[in-house]
Write a protein that binds this ligand. Structure first.
Ligand SMILES: C[S@@+](CC[C@H](N)C(=O)[O-])C[C@H]1O[C@@H](n2cnc3c(N)ncnc32)[C@H](O)[C@@H]1O
Ligand code: SF4
Length: 361
């Protein structure tokens, strides 16, 4: 084996929990950041023999930018001996936690790709989501990041937010076009169990309205020169997120930190989620383990592959459960031939196409 080429580190600290967030997050407790970092570096050392030359590193959260550049620098130094010369190093950034100097410091510490959690530029939607940043802070963070010398700046946005009108969506589209980042992730908001939005009884958005918003986002971003390379991800050519592509191509990855998931050589494990227990475990966190059999992996490969704007490579994915449905999908204009791939229309109903081809329990 050549070793794992993708590393994820989970940095869970946040000032407060946003109304829609179901991630592994630790609110407050910033005085434990150094101890947490020690434990992350200890876990990395313990897992080092699994790593090959790293093509990508992703620092996610939580709010990694709350770790400040000094700690991010320490973490990246410990990773550095294993990094490829042109490695992509992404970090999630919350707008209210940074200014010009902080962003330059993250860049100097080795972050190459800034992923800024904007969600919306409309004040009433930021309020509905319990976000910590104002619309002005969101815009300023993107502009400062563009000025700070990152190889790529990405912004995260949402549609399907309670109270979001078509005019709100157009207003966000206008700001994105103006700021013109290299990469945009534009997700449909999911009302997840256990979140504040769910507790107050927020209903999922109307399906037709959501489908319309999604089509509008895709049309506008393609028109602006972005490649719709994954269900919710758009990039100027050459600026696709290599780390995420690693997941979607079903490559092995190592995840370190609380709640982090790893998939290596047919085994998947997930670290437990409490920060105190993680720190106490000093690099040997408690984990749940799963052996992935070839059939499960084949189902995952198909599910991930159909998200991408790429030919369907049956030799890599394995035979689908229902190859007899290829003809039906062609007849409905959802599949193209030579190369075999989802049509543009097929990509809008990717999940239905998947379920025509594969059985999921
Ligand atoms: C790991 S999260 C959070 C990163 C960062 N702490 C922030 O809040 O911006 C990365 C992205 O996932 C998206 N996301 C989070 N929760 C979501 C949800 N319930 N539904 C859809 N997208 C969600 C958001 O766009 C978010 O920026
Ligand atoms: S800042 Fe990001 S990770 Fe933290 S609670 Fe909000 S959405 Fe979740």
């Amino acid at each position: 084996m050549t070793g794992v080429r993708h590393l994820y580190a989970h940095l869970p600290f946040c000032s407060s929990r946003c109304g829609y967030c179901a991630f592994v997050v630790e609110t407050g407790g910033l005085d434990r950041r150094d101890a947490y970092l020690d434990a992350v570096i200890a876990e990395l050392d313990a897992q080092e023999q699994k790593l090959g030359e790293l093509d990508t590193v992703y620092l996610g959260g939580g709010t990694p930018s709350l770790m400040r550049a000094r700690r991010i620098g320490r973490l990246l130094e410990s990773i550095h001996p294993g990094l490829a010369a042109d490695a992509e190093v992404s970090m999630e950034i919350n707008p209210e936690t940074v200014d010009h100097a902080a962003l330059r410091a993250f860049r100097a510490a080795g972050v190459t790709r800034a992923s800024i959690g904007v969600q919306s530029f409309q004040p009433h939607l930021l309020a509905a989501l319990d976000r910590g940043a104002s619309a002005e802070q969101a815009r300023a963070a993107v502009e400062c990041a563009q000025d700070a010398g990152f190889e790529s700046v990405s912004i995260d946005l949402l549609f399907g937010v309670p109270g979001q009108t078509p005019a709100d969506l157009e207003a966000d589209i206008a700001v994105v076009r103006e700021l013109s980042p290299e990469h945009v992730s534009w997700y449909e908001l999911e009302i997840k169990p256990g979140t504040a939005l769910e507790r107050i009884g927020t209903l999922p958005p109307d399906e037709d309205a959501s489908a319309e918003a999604y089509r509008r986002v895709v049309d506008v971003l393609e028109d602006a020169g972005y490649r719709w390379y994954e269900t919710a991800n758009f990039a100027r050519p050459g600026f696709e997120c290599r780390h995420s592509l690693g997941y979607w191509h079903a490559h092995d990855y190592l995840g370190i930190g609380v709640g982090a998931v790893s998939t290596v050589e047919g085994r998947r494990w997930r670290n437990a989620s409490g920060v105190d227990a993680y720190v106490a475990a000093a690099g040997q966190p408690s984990q749940t383990n799963e052996d992935l059999d070839e059939d499960l992996r084949r189902r995952e490969r198909w599910m991930l592959a159909l998200r991408l704007e790429e030919p369907i490579d049956i030799a890599r994915l394995g035979e689908p459960d229902h190859p007899e449905n290829f003809d039906l999908l062609r007849t409905h204009g959802l599949l193209d031939d030579e190369p075999l791939a989802l049509s543009r229309e097929g990509r809008f109903v990717q999940n239905s196409v998947l379920h025509r081809l594969m059985e999921y329990a």
